[in-house]
Design a protein around this ligand. Structure first.
Ligand code: G3I
Length: 346
């Protein structure tokens, strides 16, 4: 009997231990809450994709790319549909992954009844309240963090009302409500799910400059007013070879406000075709980004904006660019994957 047992146990002792050097596992070892990825509903029909998506050693957290946004969840006033978001929550829960809610209030992907309704301030305020309350309430207890306010903070807080090209910035919320939609949305989200961490999530805030300064003042002012704000989401849509030199210092400046910081939408795009030199630079860039999060105590986790080039948003938005993710279109790991491993471990 004892010999039988020995025969069973011995190979286990001799065989190498299972490889655990994977992205989420390493993030946990670095003291973070997760390494995760965005995903979208159409992708869930691809079996090979779903198999890797549910690999918890790489991904401990999911963010729905599109299906919790306003156009998907409240396509007509007061009528809510949660089927897309629910499917991603179910997928994450099946794999034991954390979930980021994305998002409550954003100037994009709004249904026309919001943008063209000509609502007055009080009516739009009640629309924002109802949307955030119903959306966040629907997922109460299931969401680690919510991107309550998403994108383009400078539209709402910087004095100049112009885009880079000189045209007026347009946001139905700011135009109608001034900055008041920000505390309204945050307070509403807190009431709807007191356990969720509430974030402002923005892009082009990866380096010090006017936008990060505006964001810092906004968060300070919200805290002074007692508005609930728990975190800053740094989207981190970058270009190969252009990780800002002040990236880590900027994350630290946010953390110094006493809020969490998360890298929420990481990808690092290049001009195609992807050459060996570009892929090697991309590996170094991914490492730089991950080690910045590792080194800043208040940085709680990193989410990539999908894990495979097959489903990246980049080629559809930036003509001639792509290859931004750590896995290629055939689900093969790129050098970028090793860059992330090195970022967590070095
Ligand atoms: O749903 C329609 C579908 O009915 C239609 O057939 C199809 C035809 O083009 O379009 C579908 O909508 C697309 C939607 O994604 C869902 O796939 C939109 O055209 C497309 O513009 C939209 O793009 C998303 C983009 O946000 C919108 O601005 C990307 O997938 C998504 O990755 C991207 O994510 C944003 C974050 O939410 C916020 N931060 C920036 C980031 C990148 O832009």
């Amino acid at each position: 009997m004892f010999l039988h047992l020995l025969y069973l146990i011995l190979p286990l002792l001799i065989l190498p231990l299972p490889i655990s050097a994977q992205l989420h596992t390493l993030a946990l070892q670095a003291g973070k809450k997760y390494f995760g990825t965005a995903t979208d509903n159409p992708e869930l029909t691809n079996t090979a994709y779903v198999s890797q998506l549910g690999n918890k050693t790489d991904f401990g957290q999911l963010t729905p790319t599109n299906s919790m946004k306003w156009d998907a969840t409240e396509p007509s006033r007061g009528t809510f549909t949660f089927s897309g978001g629910d499917a991603i929550v179910a997928q994450a829960q099946k794999a034991g992954q954390l979930i980021r809610g994305h998002n409550c209030v954003w100037h994009q992907q709004l249904p026309s009844w919001v943008t063209s309704g000509n609502f007055d301030n009080a009516t739009l305020a009640s629309i924002v309240q109802n949307h955030c309350s119903t959306l966040v309430g629907h997922y109460k207890g299931e969401i680690l963090s919510w991107d309550v306010i998403n994108d383009r903070i400078n539209e709402h807080t910087l004095p100049e009302p112009f885009n880079d090209d000189g045209t007026f910035r347009t946001s139905v919320f700011f135009t109608t409500m001034g900055t008041s939609f920000i505390p309204i949305a945050l307070r509403t989200a807190r009431a709807a799910d007191p356990a969720a961490k509430l974030y402002i999530n923005d892009f082009n805030i990866e380096s010090s400059g006017p936008k990060s300064t505006a964001l810092i003042s906004l968060v300070k002012s919200l805290k002074t007013q007692g508005v609930p704000i728990d975190g800053i989401g740094v989207q981190t849509h970058l270009i190969v070879g252009e990780v800002p030199s002040s990236f880590q210092a900027t994350l630290q400046a946010y953390a110094d406000l006493g809020v969490e910081v998360a890298i929420t939408e990481l990808d690092i795009r290049m001009t195609l075709p992807a050459t060996q030199a570009l892929l090697e630079q991309q590996q170094r860039d991914y490492q730089t980004v991950i080690s910045a999060c590792k080194n800043v105590q208040g940085c709680v986790g990193v989410t990539i904006w999908d894990w495979t080039d097959k489903f990246s948003w980049v080629p559809g938005t930036f003509a001639g660019q792509g290859a931004a993710c750590p896995w290629d279109e055939n689900f093969v790991k790129k050098l970028a994957y090793q860059g992330i491993v090195a970022g967590w471990t070095n």
